[in-house]
Design a protein around this ligand. Structure first.
Ligand SMILES: Cc1cc2nc3c(=O)[nH]c(=O)nc-3n(C[C@H](O)[C@H](O)[C@H](O)COP(=O)(O)OP(=O)(O)OC[C@H]3O[C@@H](n4cnc5c(N)ncnc54)[C@H](O)[C@@H]3O)c2cc1C
Length: 382
């Protein structure tokens, strides 16, 4: 893909930085399932924990396309670190930036953007996944405080975060206007971390249950107005999908590069396997699919930056890129043969890591639902 000169320069700088600073830890993080605290520190120093946060709040003040580049480049070297950063930027910072008032922005964004604090987003519950509107966590207003009871599962950065954006029902009725969003601080009384998940991939990324037992949250920590939480989390996920799409592209790109390198050096029948048309066609298809997915991710980021409607494009980009990610990493294992199956080579890690992109921030089935609903609204389908 041809990037404009400024974006190209940014991409090259990020690539050489992540290759030097983040890549060396990737294998070990996967093997021991350790949260990348050291990487987070380095990312913070490099400003990558507040990529789109305006400079007045301590961020880099960059565009969504810069963010897509950061996420792709991180995924290309370390999926676990990538998801940590994607969730922090898109899911924790995103809603505060978009829906927070000036006081909330000034209070929370500088710490998050500088990496002094890690952010997480609690939407999913054990009985409310794709149907996130079915949330049972409840927040009742008592004077100046909301009292929150309930729990959230599968929360990325859940056990390591300091600042959480969560959804809770503020009315008993089960409609979309009964959900609200809150900023919850980790040291609130009654807040605790439950189970930390063991996963098939992204093992260095932290995924945990967070629990609220009579957690008192000041009224000032309500994001927007009561009843706006449903709309807010939909919008948060719309933006987040650009990041997950970029993550899938980065993992696929890494798999393509490993496959190409291997195919050129692995000899069978007295020649490199890259001489066989069966291998050449796989590589050509992989590269073509990645190029298309990357263009879709950048198109949705561009539309977002222009203030245009990007819901359909972000959903399409995430759907397509995640399926490309799965197919490309699968073919990479095939190209490496038995070596692809061995953890000595990284492609089996890419294959395990990329699966999340078809599930998180809305499964592929839900993306198809979102796209179809957008199609119904459109007069001009182009
Ligand atoms: C590693 C990881 C990190 C995550 N991080 C976070 C996080 O930071 N914050 C957070 O809030 N959540 C997080 N999640 C949760 C994630 O968003 C949910 O897992 C996802 O939305 C799906 O919900 P579910 O797992 O309950 O599956 P379900 O909703 O139970 O879905 C099960 C199956 O049914 C299908 N299905 C459901 N409804 C429909 C429908 N209407 N039409 C067709 N098919 C349907 C789904 O597509 C899926 O195939 C994370 C998940 C993982 C795996």
């Amino acid at each position: 893909m041809i990037l404009e000169p400024e974006l190209k320069k940014f991409q090259e700088e990020i690539r050489s930085w992540v290759e030097a600073e983040i890549a060396p830890q990737a294998k070990e993080l996967d093997e021991i399932g350790k949260f990348p605290f050291d990487n987070v520190k380095k990312l913070a120093q490099r400003g990558l924990l507040g990529v789109v946060v305006p400079q007045e709040y301590g961020g880099l003040g960059k565009t969504s396309r810069h963010f897509a580049i950061v996420i792709e480049e991180l995924a290309r070297v370390c999926g676990s670190t990538c998801l940590t950063v994607a969730a922090h930027n898109s899911l924790a910072i995103g809603p505060i930036l978009k829906f927070g008032n000036e006081t909330q922005k000034k209070k929370y964004l500088p710490d998050l953007a500088s990496g002094r604090k890690i952010g997480a987003f609690g939407l999913t519950e054990s009985e409310a996944g794709s149907d996130a509107g079915g949330t049972k966590t409840f927040a009742s207003l008592n004077g100046n405080y909301y009292s929150i009871n309930g729990s959230k599962c599968f929360t990325t950065n859940g056990s390591v975060a300091d600042t959480y954006v969560i959804t809770a029902r503020t009315k008993k009725e089960k409609d979309s206007k009964s959900i609200s969003s809150f900023i919850v601080e980790r040291d609130s009384k009654g807040f605790s971390v439950g189970k930390t998940e063991k996963k098939m991939g992204l093992k260095g990324s932290d995924t945990a249950t967070i629990i609220f037992e009579e957690v008192k949250v000041p009224k000032e920590n309500l994001l927007g107005q009561e009843g706006e939480g449903f709309k807010q989390f939909l919008a948060t996920l719309d933006s987040g999908r650009i990041g997950i799409g970029a993550m899938a592209v980065g993992l696929a790109q890494a798999a393509l590069e490993e496959s190409l390198k291997f195919a050129k050096t692995r000899e069978q029948f007295d020649q490199p396997i890259a001489n066989f048309q069966a291998i050449q066609w796989k590589l050509a298809d992989m590269a073509t699919q990645i190029e298309a997915a990357r263009l879709m991710v950048h198109r949705s980021a561009y539309l977002k930056d222009q203030g245009k409607d990007f819901i359909k494009q972000a959903s399409m980009a995430k759907l397509f890129a995640s399926e490309v990610g799965r197919m490309v990493t699968y073919q990479a294992i095939q190209i490496l043969g038995g070596y692809g199956f061995m953890s000595e080579y990284p492609v089996e890690r890419f294959y395990r890591d990329v699966k999340l992109t078809e599930i998180g921030e809305g499964t592929s089935e839900i993306q198809r639902l979102v796209i179809f609903r957008q199609l119904l609204k459109e007069k001009n389908l182009i």
